[in-house]
Design a protein around this ligand. Structure first.
Ligand SMILES: [Fe+2]
Ligand SMILES: [Fe+2]
Length: 367
């Protein structure tokens, strides 16, 4: 693997064709907002010094699974891709390209973090470094495959430019664990839900990339299991009062962000014959249930109050977008947006304060 700074613009993993016959244009990255995927960095020395002994056997077993590289031959484009992009109408094309871009950016964000971690802790923590290297391999493949699909639409993300220019958010290791665990598990449920839906409704399969989701999501599932095992090797990350507060915070932040973003992009889900709200409810419920295997608490997502709260965030977000697109001068725009920012803050606080569910009550069989 190459270090992030040397990633070629197309970042296509080895064995896949680079470039396209019609020389796709480099797409300008979307403006960063609270809803766009982030890039992360962390305390590498603390990661290197991490004692894995409390759960070393499980981590070793997971690493052995990674070594098998089950999807080594999976991400190979076939003839189904030829001409597939031309079959989409302009509106579907637009929302589909947005989906590809967002997915590619988050896969690539995982690649950068895992790659950098594996490189920086190699000497001091070889088992952890090897696991991260295998996961970086998978994410590079995922991002490359998505970027290649974008090139079918005559566009490509300049991943080298993103690497050098996007802002990096610093998280202490335990926050990296919560955030990446959730993003891997939610990624698993998102991909498998789409795959299973399209299995039943093949007429809604608007692009052949969805055929790849079943094996693909197994990568994400394994990555999530790795972070589960890692948190169990560092039991203080998922034990005690502070851990319970942070787990609630991360669950809420991840669920709310996804819900607001997906409802704002409901046209994409409609194109697949899905209702964005129903889809998100399913994904959130499943991810919440899965999280109870390792987090000490999870959210009461089956309570209607939870969904009402998320709906108010959606409404505020629509007003914020309208203010943004109003063409008003900067200060006036800010003035118009202020009440909705405040309302969002209060709404998030209310959701955060909802009584959580203790995981041992929710998932007694696995805890
Ligand atoms: Fe991935
Ligand atoms: Fe992943």
């Amino acid at each position: 693997m190459v270090p992030p700074s040397a990633v070629a613009p197309t970042a296509a993993p080895a064995g896949q064709p680079v470039g396209t016959p019609d020389a796709p244009a480099i797409k300008d990255p979307v403006k960063d907002t609270i809803l766009t995927p982030r890039f992360y960095t962390t305390d590498f020395d603390a990661m290197a010094a991490m004692d894995l002994r409390p759960n070393e056997a499980e981590l070793e077993a997971i690493c052995e699974e990674f070594r098998k590289d089950y999807n080594r031959h999976h991400f190979v484009r076939n003839e189904e891709f030829v001409g597939a992009a031309d079959k989409l109408d302009p509106e579907t094309r637009k929302v589909f390209v947005e989906f590809l871009e967002q997915s590619c950016t988050s896969e690539f964000s995982g690649f950068l973090l895992y790659k950098e971690l594996s490189r920086r802790i190699k000497e001091k923590n070889p088992l952890l470094a090897e696991c991260f290297a295998h996961m970086a391999r998978d994410e590079a493949r995922h991002a490359g495959f998505l970027n290649k699909a974008m090139s079918d639409f005559g566009l490509q993300l300049d991943l080298g430019f993103l690497t050098a220019n996007k802002a990096y958010t610093f998280f202490k290791p335990k926050f990296i664990f919560y955030a990446t665990y959730l993003s891997e598990k939610i990624g698993y449920w998102r991909y498998i839900a789409i795959y299973r839906h399209l299995e039943k409704h093949p007429e809604s399969k608007i692009f052949p990339i969805f055929n790849f989701f079943e094996n693909w999501c197994q990568d994400e599932n394994r990555h999530g299991d790795f972070f589960d095992a890692l948190m169990k090797a560092q039991p203080d990350t998922v034990r005690g009062f502070t851990a319970r507060l942070w787990c609630r915070f991360f669950l809420l932040a991840v669920f709310a962000t996804m819900y607001v973003r997906d409802v704002a992009r409901k046209e994409f889900y409609e194109a697949l014959g899905l209702d964005a709200r129903e889809y998100d409810k399913y994904v959130i419920d499943k991810t919440n249930e899965t999280s109870a295997r390792v987090f000490p608490v999870v959210l009461d997502v089956r309570n209607p109050r939870f969904w009402n709260g998320l709906e108010r965030l959606v409404a505020n977000n629509a007003r914020l977008t309208a203010a943004d697109e109003s063409g008003a001068p900067g200060p006036l725009k800010t003035f118009r947006k202020l009440p909705y920012w405040v309302a969002n803050g209060l709404q998030m606080a209310q959701l955060f304060l909802m009584k959580p569910i203790r995981s041992e009550e929710f998932q007694p069989a696995v805890r």
